[in-house]
Design a binder for this molecule. Structure first.
Ligand SMILES: [Zn+2]
Length: 471
């Protein structure tokens, strides 16, 4: 640790050297560097995203699509965007699935023990329940999909299958680990159902060294008869693994979860109209819905308040962007993506010209980079801004997936980008009761908001030139 005065000197030197590199690259970039510093000051000193997150988490709370809380979140978003100073705020209707969890319990009986023990559990989102009845069967454990595939159907029929696959701690990018482990949530219940199993339990898709179960989405294949699917925390899964090695384990599943039709809900949209090219839209967004546990703070309250902060910061600094800057709070990312799909359909019907869509849905942690999912020509332009971001610790500009909500827009050919925060803690918290406001750091959240504001500003000022079109 350097002494404070020395550290200040070091920091100024770093900012100046970045500025000089920028100056030598292009004069316009020097102005950009100063504008970015003003944006950073505005957000770090007077930003309101952390306060907005507190209100969303504490006064609305978790907000699964179709619930009264989700409707309250829509009102909150509308108000927050208005207070931020958006020129226009409106709602876009979207019909969303309404899944209800109800009561749920999971117990295990070991060998000849008389009393079953209960463990913390969460049904996987969109799963059917047991109609509140007890579903009991000997538990069959498999450690991988390959191991499951090797089981003859008669061993699976009528049994509860425990998929004991661990989130791989050796994969450093946890989003890669999530992709690897997530298939046990998305597809294992279908595989088990296809072989005639009565139910499934998975080890949570979680890096956490605790017993918090992680929920999340799954979808039944049309070809199978749905069976109940639950997730248990890592500690319970470890215990179960040991007990199964010692002898028979009987599982008792009980749950009331069910789909309850479709509910009318909304995407919340606010924008600053562009001064020179109002028809060119730079979109930044996160999702307003969350799972029905915790407070949806990192996932994705953080992304919502950061997107609103982009609008607020530009207004507070009197910046009139050349292109339209639009913040979108998407509904139903978690268990249907209906908001993202409705937005893209509407954009197509209205022939709207999105020059870039940016998503922030990877947690409110320190920003490290910007994921770029676009052609090489556009990617080169955004990567050329790297020196402007370096003083803020943002260095990673790799070709990566932008995000789920903007993926339908991306399929229409819109360049996509995503905020890349430090990924190490996200999957300890995501989709659990622990994803609460207190788990978000105010400085880290604000730095993410700054990164988005800077990117939105640069693209709204300079456009995004593709190989064939010159916006
Ligand atoms: Zn999310």
């Amino acid at each position: 640790m350097l002494l404070p005065a020395l550290y200040y000197f070091y920091l100024m030197k770093r900012i100046l050297s970045c500025l000089l590199i920028s100056l030598s690259a292009a004069p316009v970039v020097a102005n950009d560097s100063l504008t970015l510093k003003k944006m950073s000051d505005e957000i770090m000193l007077r930003g309101t995203c952390y306060d907005n997150l507190r209100v969303l988490c504490k006064q609305v709370g978790h907000r699964l699509s179709g619930t009264p809380a989700a409707a309250k979140a829509v009102e909150w978003g509308q108000k927050a965007l208005t207070v931020a100073g958006a020129d226009k705020v409106w709602l876009q209707a979207v019909d969303v699935p309404h899944w209800i969890r109800g009561k749920e319990t999971l117990k295990f009986q070991f060998g000849k023990d008389k009393t079953p023990i209960e463990v913390p559990v969460l049904s996987i989102g969109n799963s059917i329940g047991t109609d509140g009845k007890i579903l009991s069967s000997p538990l069959i454990m498999v450690n991988s999909i390959d191991e499951f595939n090797a089981l003859p159907a008669e061993k699976v029929k009528g049994k509860i299958i425990f998929f004991n696959y661990r989130f791989r701690q050796d994969i450093i990018n946890t989003f890669e680990g999530y992709g690897d482990c997530g298939k046990y949530r998305w597809t294992a219940p279908n595989m088990a159902a296809a072989k005639g199993a009565a139910g499934t339990i998975i080890r949570s898709v979680s890096t956490g060294l605790d017993d918090a179960p992680h929920t999340g989405s799954m979808r039944y294949a049309d070809t199978v008869k749905p069976i109940p699917a639950m997730a248990i925390g890592n500690t319970s899964a470890d215990m179960l693994e040991e007990k199964i090695k010692q002898g028979t384990v009987t599982a008792y599943m009980q749950s009331e979860c069910r789909m309850a039709g479709t509910v009318r809900s909304y995407n919340v949209i606010g924008e600053i109209t562009g001064s020179e090219y109002p028809e060119h839209i730079v979109l930044v967004g996160g999702h307003l819905d969350s799972w029905d546990v915790g407070e949806g703070a990192h996932d994705d309250g953080a992304g919502c308040v950061q997107s609103i902060e982009v609008i607020r910061t530009m207004k507070a600094l009197g910046i009139r962007p050349k292109r339209t800057v639009r913040a979108v709070l998407f509904m139903n990312e978690e268990n249907g993506l209906k908001g993202g799909l409705a937005y893209a359909d509407s954009a197509k019907a209205k022939n709207e010209k999105h020059i870039l869509a940016i998503e922030t849905d990877a947690g409110g942690f320190s920003p490290r980079g910007i994921a770029l999912d676009m052609g090489e020509y556009e990617r080169e332009q955004i990567t050329s801004y790297r020196n402007l971001f370096l003083p803020y610790g943002v260095y990673d500009f790799a070709q990566q997936h932008g995000g789920a909500d903007i993926s339908p827009l991306h399929k229409q050919g819109v360049p996509a980008a995503g905020l890349v925060p430090d990924p190490q803690r996200y999957f300890d918290l995501h989709h659990t009761a622990n994803d609460v406001f207190e788990a978000v750091n105010h400085r880290e959240l604000k730095l993410g908001a700054f990164t988005l504001t800077a990117l939105v500003y640069l693209v709204s000022e300079h456009g995004l030139k593709s190989a064939n079109v010159q916006p």
